[in-house]
Write a protein that binds this ligand. Structure first.
Ligand SMILES: Nc1nc2c(ncn2[C@@H]2O[C@H](COP(=O)(O)OP(=O)(O)OP(=O)(O)O)[C@@H](O)[C@H]2O)c(=O)[nH]1
Ligand SMILES: [Mg+2]
Length: 357
């Protein structure tokens, strides 16, 4: 196993535009042959972050595209001073709500709530927005967005999802977030399929100042995962976060590869992985739902990271994700920068979604 030290880099987000399509065979035997490498960055203290402060405005900013579509649409319903809440109004409101990709279920719930409170009355935009915000918050309630920490170190987090959903970038931002919270982190470059993927995660490790375990190109990802957990145990790290190559839930061999990664990790730490985070691309809107459906069952996911909210006009997709899956949304991606991630907060999200710009 080789060690090296990298200088902290802090400029732009590491880009990775290489193609990751394709499929690989899963080796039948358990891994042990490849020798992953470990690099150590010791002198890179994490950037300071304004805790809490500005988080709402960041969330608000990120939801700008969704909010613009939604607010403009809803505002259009109020051409004159106030509007009578009748069947026409309720029908138009429903049509506008589903444009955010919130889906028919949540849109019906919101419409029915508005009907119950205001039918037959003349209402103003502000009243409607306030009601919708409250109802949205209610629908988004979940137990906790905290990472489930193992009682004994290390907590192991496996990160999965389809190609290009934002896995590696989310890992970089999450690792930074957790590192700032005082946790010692090890990253595992489990996407050995593309050389660029390892490089991308290595750049993030350098920026954060944490260890990373990498394997040779096309090394068995399960081997890298095992070595990552092994390294975390060895150095007393609090959290190991393991990247994986993008895959579709329909690619049976690649889903089996995830199984193998899980099996191998649990050989090292009994109850690991403690979290399997499914990264979904918010710009995919309703398509993100079908991704979630396949993965949540096949990969035993425990939580969702909704990436690229900032680039999406379909931020409403959080609602059907919460409605249809038992999985909590743990984090949202708000951009490509190192601090562009936030723990999911239903109240803040609902408020930011309907805030008037
Ligand atoms: N605007 C924005 N871009 C993001 C966000 N998260 C990821 N990206 C961008 O989305 C692209 C894909 O991100 P990656 O992290 O490489 O995605 P991945 O899932 O690891 O991709 P594969 O490993 O190829 O499957 C990159 O250009 C990222 O910079 C986000 O929250 N906001
Ligand atoms: Mg990746």
């Amino acid at each position: 196993m080789a060690f090296w030290r990298s200088k902290k880099k802090n400029d732009s987000a590491p880009d990775d535009s290489s193609d990751s399509e394709g499929s690989r065979d899963v080796a039948a035997s358990e891994p042990a042959d490849e020798t992953p490498q470990v690099s150590k960055e010791v002198d890179g203290a994490a950037e300071s972050q304004s805790p809490g402060g500005g988080l709402f405005s960041k969330m608000r900013q990120s939801l700008q595209k969704t909010r613009r579509a939604l607010n403009t649409d809803i505002r259009d319903l109020f051409k004159s001073e106030g509007r009578l809440v009748d069947e026409d109004f309720l029908g138009e409101l429903f049509a506008r709500l589903i444009r955010t990709d919130m889906g028919t279920g949540p849109a019906e719930t919101i419409r029915d709530d508005v009907a119950k409170r205001f039918r037959g009355r003349v209402v103003h935009l502000e009243e409607i927005l306030e009601t919708i915000t409250q109802q949205t918050q209610l629908m988004l309630q979940q137990e906790s967005a905290e990472i489930q920490m193992s009682e004994s170190k290390p907590t192991v987090i496996l990160v999965v999802g389809v190609n290009g959903s934002g896995k590696t970038t989310s890992i970089g931002k999450l690792a930074n977030h957790l590192s700032k919270a005082g946790h010692k982190i090890v990253l595992g470059a489990g996407d050995t399929f593309r050389a660029a993927a390892v490089e991308q995660l290595t750049i993030w490790a350098g920026r954060i100042g944490c260890d990373i375990v990498t394997g040779k190109h096309e090394a068995d990802p399960a081997s890298v995962a095992f070595q990552t957990v092994d390294k975390a145990v060895e150095i007393g790290a609090d959290i190991a976060i393991i990247d994986t190559a993008g895959r579709l839930q329909t690619q049976t061999n690649l889903m089996q590869e995830l199984d193998k990664i899980r099996r191998v990790i649990s050989k090292k730490v009994d109850d690991a992985p403690h979290e399997v985070l499914l990264v979904l691309d918010a710009t995919a809107g309703q398509n993100a739902i079908s991704q979630a459906r396949g993965f949540s069952e096949a990969a035993g996911c425990t939580g969702i990271v909704l990436a690229k909210l900032d680039g999406s006009a379909k931020g409403g997709v959080v609602l059907p994700i919460r409605e249809q899956f038992q999985l909590p949304v743990k984090f949202v991606g708000l951009g490509e920068g190192i601090d562009d991630i936030a723990q999911f907060d239903p109240a803040m999200f609902a408020k930011a979604l309907f805030a008037q710009s």
